[in-house]
Design a protein around this ligand. Structure first.
Ligand code: APR
Length: 335
């Protein structure tokens, strides 16, 4: 039985993400939760003739915790795109304070109602919201580092697409699976183009072109924000990316393990995490390729950090910034 719950299902990301999940034949139940509009989204999706049973949950008031509990009960996988996207005039701190509270309250609901579920965090800033989820689950004594994932997949998706665009007659986006490590905003995002399938194309680029390409991956989200002209940030590509990671986890439940990059807690109970931690100046969280099996993260593939000598400087900058982002998340819960 696979039950997936989407928290923030009526939003710009939540709706297309829920649609993609509804199309997955391995999903038996799709549970949609939001604080607005979710009955309509649920009714609409429920008419699609795929097998996933669809249900929606809307709290009757701010104090109502029952709807969230009912949405979550029995879930194996919870995806969180709830929050507010950055609007013009809003600082990153404004966004942080709103989304941090939303994510904390939803995590409390997960701890109480679906303590064994896989949790995928999309709500930004992921570098800080993932520590918030972890700390909340820890407080409740139900934290499993093997099952908590910060979704950085959109950075990989962009890295593949943008490299292929530079070689239109020689390469397609699907030729690549660029390992993108670090975090999920700006300079914390480090695409390791110098290793794997991308290497032979990347080597053909001038130093200036390489710099431009990396900058485009790190700040790709801004292209969408500008093009949407005040109407929000990436939703469709983010939904695709979130679904891709959810699908990998669902697949790993019934067949062989899969490797995906994710922002994870480098807890020593995970194979390779202690080695990874040493390579990133003892950071508690970092995005790296991981092997995912039926019970979650089985192994962290840290060797890639030794191979990527060309990106050493980028990694140093990312580690520096991430330290502050992670501290901010932890401090929010501990205050
Ligand atoms: N519980 C559940 N859902 C909530 C809550 C809450 N406490 N608070 C807000 N939401 C819902 C909103 O009602 C809305 O339907 O989250 C949804 C967010 O959707 P949008 O406003 O359309 O934002 P979106 O573009 O989907 O981005 C959501 O993902 O990438 C990040 O930075 C982005 O943090 C933002 C989040």
């Amino acid at each position: 039985m696979v039950k997936v719950t989407v928290l923030g299902a009526a939003g710009g990301i939540g709706q297309p993400l829920s649609l993609l999940l509804k199309l997955n034949p391995k999903v038996d139940e799709l549970s949609l939760f939001d604080v607005v509009n979710v009955p309509g989204v649920g009714a609409d999706l429920s008419h699609i003739s795929t097998d996933a049973k669809t249900d929606s949950f809307l709290p009757s008031s701010k104090e109502d915790k029952t709807a969230l509990g009912n949405a979550l009960k029995g879930s194996n996988l919870v995806v969180i795109p709830a929050g507010v996207p950055r609007k013009p005039g809003m600082t990153r701190d404004d966004l942080f304070n709103i989304n941090a509270s939303i994510v904390r309250d939803l995590s409390q609901g997960i701890a109480e109602n679906a303590p064994d579920a896989f949790v995928l965090v999309i709500s930004n800033p992921v570098n800080s919201t993932v520590p918030i989820v972890a700390e909340t689950l820890k407080k409740n004594g139900v934290f499993n580092p093997k099952k908590l994932f910060g979704v950085t997949t959109l950075d990989i998706v962009r890295a593949n697409t943008f490299l292929a665009q530079l070689f239109p007659s020689e390469a397609k986006p699907t030729d690549f699976n660029v390992r993108v490590v670090g975090g999920h905003s700006g300079e914390t995002i480090v695409p390791l183009y110098s290793v794997g399938e991308s290497k032979k194309f990347y080597e053909k680029l001038s130093a200036e072109k390489k710099k431009e390409l990396i900058h485009r991956v790190q700040f790709g989200g801004d292209e969408v924000v500008q093009a949407k002209n005040g109407a929000g940030s990436a939703t469709l590509s983010m939904a695709y990316a979130g679904y891709k990671l959810a699908e990998a986890i669902i697949t790993a439940q019934s067949s062989s393990s899969v490797v995906e990059c994710t922002f994870l807690n480098l807890d020593s109970s995970i194979k390779g995490a202690a080695e990874a931690k040493k390579l990133v100046k003892d950071l508690e969280y970092f995005s790296l390729p991981v092997k995912i099996g039926a019970n979650g993260i089985e192994e962290v593939k840290y060797d890639i950090l030794n191979e990527a000598t060309e990106e050493k400087q980028l990694l140093d900058v990312a580690i520096d910034q991430l330290t502050k982002n992670i501290e901010k998340g932890v401090a929010f819960i501990k205050k």
